[in-house]
Design a protein around this ligand. Structure first.
Ligand SMILES: [Zn+2]
Length: 416
């Protein structure tokens, strides 16, 4: 007669003896100590520590089964069956060598060997055949059966635990990072944005200003979204000063100032892009759609608009008024009054990349910050932390290693 313990604690008996079948007793998970039926307990435990537990009622059996989802029970059932097959196969090979491959109870060494064999198996394409989480589930299934049969848990042994921990560490995937948006790609994106023809120019001017400000300030998307017009001021030497507040809900926080220099050409000049954006917003606020159309026709857009009216460098760029710096714009060129949120920054990055035929997969709002850091490193900028406001050089170094592994802010050295 052979028996195979199942996960509900009962034992499938491949014998026609109805008395033995009837004696197969489900064992509640919570019962500690050796339990089992009179006859089968000894077989289940291989003769060691076979306790004689009380019979349990059908109600207890049903509730015990409900403790785990059907899927879990089925998975455990398969995992346990696979383990017993492996023990039978390798045990018969190994008996001559003198090692024990009993399945119930299984020694920690047996379980570790079982895991090691599976962990080293690769598929035809070179990938691992079994993931670390699957191996953890196998151990859970093996523990499950042992617990029900009243045996010590082999999976709880240091040997098995260390094996799993080591596997998880060596198999760990690097954290997913957004791709960096290079200055080259940013420039291509900016040059591809419609800024003159209604209605596309309305959202186009907003997007262009947003992308350039976010990139050059290395701001997080929530910080970009939270910018007010009053956070932007002109500085005679530096270009723009951007006040980046820690949090809208923390008015006591002083925030930090980052500088964005005037661009060498209007397309990459943040002051020009902001001016072009806010001119349209102001026209909308004062005269609606007609005002916007008039504004779009009004200015020639060759040369810097940031100092057209203020040729003296010390006071070029008109500091903007009140309200959010970036406001929602619909496809129909309707401008909302509220702030944008961080998701808009993300969407703009992807939409504008696609618009110029660049792949957007892997790009998002963080690509702007990552892109700035990358190009700053390439340009040999030394004051990156001043711009990114990273608190720790370690974090910045992690960026450097990921994005510019072969190279060592001053945003000016990048050549906007
Ligand atoms: Zn300009």
């Amino acid at each position: 007669m052979s028996t195979e313990p199942r996960l509900d604690g009962s034992v499938a008996v491949s014998t026609a003896n109805p008395a033995v079948e009837a004696a197969a007793v489900p064992v509640p998970d919570l019962v500690a100590g050796p339990v089992g039926s009179t006859e089968l307990g000894a077989e289940l435990s291989g003769g060691h520590g076979a306790g004689l537990g009380a019979q349990v009622s059908a109600g207890v059996t049903a509730r015990t089964r409900q403790a785990r989802s059907e899927n879990t029970v089925r998975a455990y059932d398969r995992d346990w069956a696979a383990f017993t097959r492996w023990c039978a196969r390798t045990g018969s090979m190994g008996r001559a060598g003198g090692f024990d491959r009993g399945a119930l109870p299984a020694s920690p060494q047996t379980v570790a060997e079982y895991l090691a064999e599976a962990a080293d198996t690769r598929r035809a394409d070179g990938s691992w055949a079994v993931t670390a989480s699957t191996l953890s589930r196998w151990v859970a299934a093996i523990n499950f059966v042992h617990r029900r049969a009243g045996h010590p848990l082999p999976g709880g042994h240091e040997l098995v635990q260390d094996f799993l921990a080591g596997l998880r560490r060596t198999r760990a995937q690097p954290p997913r990072r957004s791709k960096a948006l290079s200055l080259t790609d940013l420039t291509a994106v900016l040059d591809g944005i419609e800024t003159k023809v209604w209605p596309a120019a309305v959202i186009g001017r907003r997007d262009a200003a947003l992308l350039l400000v976010a990139w050059a300030s290395a701001a997080r998307r929530s910080e970009v979204a939270a910018l007010d017009r009053s956070d932007v001021t002109a500085h005679p030497a530096d270009g723009l000063h951007l006040q980046i507040r820690v949090s809208k809900t923390d008015p006591g926080a002083a925030g930090q100032v980052v500088a964005i220099p005037f661009g060498t050409r209007p397309g990459t000049c943040a002051a020009c892009r902001i001016t072009a954006c806010l001119n349209v917003v102001d026209a909308w606020d004062t005269a609606g759609r007609v005002g916007v159309m008039t504004e779009l026709r009004r200015r020639p857009t060759t040369g810097h608009v940031c100092h057209l009216e203020h040729p003296t460098p010390s006071d070029r760029f008109v500091p903007p008024g009140a309200g959010p710096l970036f406001r929602p714009v619909t496809k129909a060129a309707t401008i909302g009054n509220q702030q944008i949120n961080g998701r808009v920054v993300h969407a703009v990055v992807r939409r504008r990349l696609e618009a110029v035929g660049l792949p957007s997969a892997g790009f998002g709002a963080h690509s702007l910050r990552a892109g700035f850091v990358t190009d700053a490193f390439r340009a040999g900028a030394h004051a990156i932390m001043r711009q990114t406001r990273h608190r720790s050089p370690t974090t910045l170094e992690a960026y450097a290693r990921h994005y510019t592994p072969l190279e060592t802010n001053a945003v000016t050295t990048i050549g906007l």
